[in-house]
Design a protein around this ligand. Structure first.
Ligand code: TYM
Length: 320
């Protein structure tokens, strides 16, 4: 079983990335051959500053490794170290109707946010399909926001295979229901573009501030509160054991327990949860050669796997 996923280098990963994708991808690396990459070509669709992109790429690599990516089990690489994905994107573009791409939620979202409607943004799902199909991936662990992209990938692979013969593997997304959409501090999906994230790594002060900004209703300290409809509890659940969660819910219902108390408990638990990863991150920051070398080696392996598929694809479509 080949497992593949990617993440854009668009800033410090947040707990939505961690629970939505990273954690399950790291668990799956025990079960099969995993490919994980930094989607730097995709990042170009929103025109980041070049220096910023380079900086975010290495930071993301450090963060992945610190959070539990094991480069002995996982081929870890930069998307742009495999330019063959652009070649496959071009071939798949001819399978992708404009109507199919116009239906993509992420494109509509980006337009609504005022991004320039460039063709890279429009054909974003085709590049993502190429990422998945070029490695003949079986399983794609992602958060729910990427589900439609994996469905588009399946459509394109089926169209390709129907036209040229059974070459591409039809992948499946793997979305864990309880972490499919991690809410942000305002209750919407946690996302860098909504400015509602809680970063995994930052100063204690900044993380605490993000936690304290979680939106709640305005019930007073002494009033009983509803734990089932509270953003703080929704996030606390990710870190707490059953017993801890039951205790917090009981305190909510009993009253005399303020949202500030709950946020402080959430912050402490979170800070403790990420402590070993913070330590690993510090070590990696002092060993950047190791991080670059890991990406370089991953890139070599990924390129070899991609080239194998491309040889079959080129032959099938009549380019050889
Ligand atoms: P990106 O960088 O936006 O997010 C990386 C992963 O984190 C998940 N995620 C979440 N899950 C639950 N709750 C949230 N609030 C939340 N926010 C983010 C995302 O679902 C994703 O799994 N297009 C992709 C990158 C990509 C890719 C690929 C992924 C490029 N090629 C091929 C898989 C396969 C993206 O922008 O993810």
């Amino acid at each position: 079983m080949r497992i593949l996923s990617g993440i854009q280098p668009s800033g410090v990963p947040h707990i939505g990335n961690y629970f939505g994708m990273m954690q399950q991808a790291f668990e799956l690396q025990q079960q099969g051959e995993a490919f994980l990459f930094i989607a730097d070509y995709h990042a170009l669709t929103t025109s980041p500053n070049p220096e910023e992109l380079r900086k975010r790429t290495i930071e993301l690599a450090i963060n992945y490794l610190a959070c539990g990516l094991d480069p002995k089990r996982t081929v870890f690489f930069r998307q742009s170290d495999v330019p063959q994905v652009c070649e496959l994107t071009w071939i798949l573009n001819n399978m992708a109707t404009v109507g199919l791409l116009e239906r993509a939620h992420s494109y509509k979202d980006k337009l609504a946010k005022g991004f320039m409607p460039n063709n890279g943004l429009f054909s974003y799902p085709v590049l993502m399909a190429a990422d998945i199909l070029i490695y003949k991936s079986d399983v794609v662990p992602v958060g729910r926001d990427q589900k439609q992209h994996v469905e588009i990938t399946r459509d394109l692979a089926i169209r390709f295979n129907t036209t040229y013969g059974d070459i591409l593997t039809i992948p499946k997304s793997k979305i864990l229901d309880h972490v499919a959409i991690i809410p942000g501090t305002d209750g919407q999906k946690m996302s860098k573009s909504y400015n509602n994230t809680i970063p995994i790594f930052d100063s204690k002060k900044a993380i605490r501030k993000a936690v304290m900004n979680i939106v709640t209703d305005c019930k007073g300290l002494e009033e009983p509160k509803d734990p089932e409809n509270c953003n703080v509890v929704a996030l606390y659940k990710l870190f707490a054991g059953e017993q801890q969660l039951a205790e917090m819910k009981a305190k909510y219902r009993a009253g005399n327990y303020g949202y500030g108390h709950a946020k402080q408990e959430l912050f402490e638990l979170m800070w403790e949860f990420f402590a070993p990863m913070r330590q690993k991150r510090e070590e990696l920051e002092n060993n950047l050669d190791y991080v670059w070398e890991t990406l370089r080696r991953g890139g070599e392996k990924a390129r070899a796997a991609a080239e194998e598929t491309m040889n079959e694809v080129r032959l099938a479509v009549g380019l050889r």
